[in-house]
Design a protein around this ligand. Sequence first.
Ligand SMILES: Cc1cc2nc3c(=O)[nH]c(=O)nc-3n(C[C@H](O)[C@H](O)[C@H](O)COP(=O)(O)OP(=O)(O)OC[C@H]3O[C@@H](n4cnc5c(N)ncnc54)[C@H](O)[C@@H]3O)c2cc1C
Length: 470
Amino acid sequence: MKSVAIIGAGITGLTAAFYLQRRGVPVAVYEASDRVGGAIQSLQTGGYLAEFGPNTILETSPKVTQLVCDAGLASRRLDPDPQASARYVVRYQRPIEMPGSALGFFTTPLFSWRAKLAVLREPFVRPRRDGKEESVAEFVVRRLGQEFLDHAIDALVAGVYAGDPYQLSVPQAFPKLGQLEARYGSLIKGQIFGARERKRRGEIAKDRAPKFSFDEGLQVLPDTLRERLGEGVRLNTAVTRLTQTPEGWTLDLREGGQQMRAEHSTVIYAGTAFRLAELEVQAPMPLHFATFAEIRYPPVASVVLGFRREDVAHPCAGFGMLIPKVEGFKILGTIFSSSLFPNRAPAGHLTLTSYVGGERYPELASLPPEKLFALTCEDLRVLLGVKGKPTFQHSVFYPKAIPQYNLGYGRFRELMADIEGKAPGLFFAGHFRDGISLSDTIVSACNAADRVGAFLGSAPVGQLEREVPA
Ligand SMILES: Cc1cc2nc3c(=O)[nH]c(=O)nc-3n(C[C@H](O)[C@H](O)[C@H](O)COP(=O)(O)OP(=O)(O)OC[C@H]3O[C@@H](n4cnc5c(N)ncnc54)[C@H](O)[C@@H]3O)c2cc1C
């Protein structure tokens, strides 16, 4: 049996490969870089544990929980400190705790009375029925008003996508929001009544889903999957060309300075959209990979700073703070990493993880590290009362960080489905197809493994899991 080629050893590629291997399907994972994990990057040094990419996994689907168990990582899973649930949004140049209840909402200084009344009116705003694809900004202003956009949603969008609410598409980037309006006529009614349905389907809304990491950071997950896959993972091996043959697919590989070829029955592309656009492809039908170069991935720099506890005035007891653009700061937001998980900083110190760049200020992300540290320290001085020099400083630049599910993104998804229809045995999975969060990519990978299993005629994962131990 020819093996299945999986292009990319980020969380998507590794998860898909892991589940195919458990079914007894041979796999080869090709990774262009010298490490596994893709966007996930944890660093342990000098008593600090820094996360530069994602910080937490949201447990929105039972498939996420299952992966942790199947990988043998249940005992290494780390849940956040329950005391650290507070989230802050910056207004009037200071972090204000987001309200957690209806009473809290009406008394919070985060919004004016006008904005609060607009929220009360939301259930009575007529739903849009003309099928127009709206941006997040249009949608929020229509239902909740400009202040809610400027002082809450703009910050949230920066925190999730590092994106621009005037460009992001509601049906593509936040499909559940559009569905709530379509189904219940209102976001507030949908929140209340939709909860029952999600419970029945075993799903958890992203804003309520438990979050977790691992004792040594998120890198534990890709590292463990790599161990389980053994020889199946080939690092420093870029796939440069795909050729469809009567028997399957031929891959041209560049490993170090050498060019090679490999024959496979099937291919899962689990890389990035911009690398997909560069792939040469030979198939009986034109497959238009170059179109994927149009997907925007703004740059982001992650800046992780450690401070002596006594040098930070704010208690930083919570998840972190989101910063709307109108507040005029350079950083997009900050995670209070060492409040969230116990082993992120040495005793008497704390770790703050901030993000710079995104669609808001793309030009700042590529600044040299010293400038990034300085601008981050300046914002943290105003916002959290930080003084003194950092005891730890490290940054990672992601030149193309997160794909923007902007207006019109549906055409890229349609193109992927179209290519899969025209080129049997080629499948797409991952952050540019099924959602950008780690939980979305894990679900996407599980579905891709199922689709490949069905294509090859093997049994579904559930049936073989018991017969083929990990
Ligand atoms: C700064 C930042 C913060 C984030 N924070 C969070 C968070 O807190 N929570 C959350 O859920 N999500 C977060 N995300 C999003 C999440 O991390 C990503 O969407 C997810 O990790 C993507 O996984 P992936 O496997 O699909 O792709 P990637 O991680 O991008 O992996 C793709 C891999 O494919 C390889 N590749 C590409 N082309 C080829 C080729 N031709 N040949 C061989 N290899 C190739 C690449 O080298 C790469 O290793 C964050 C992302 C970033 C950048």
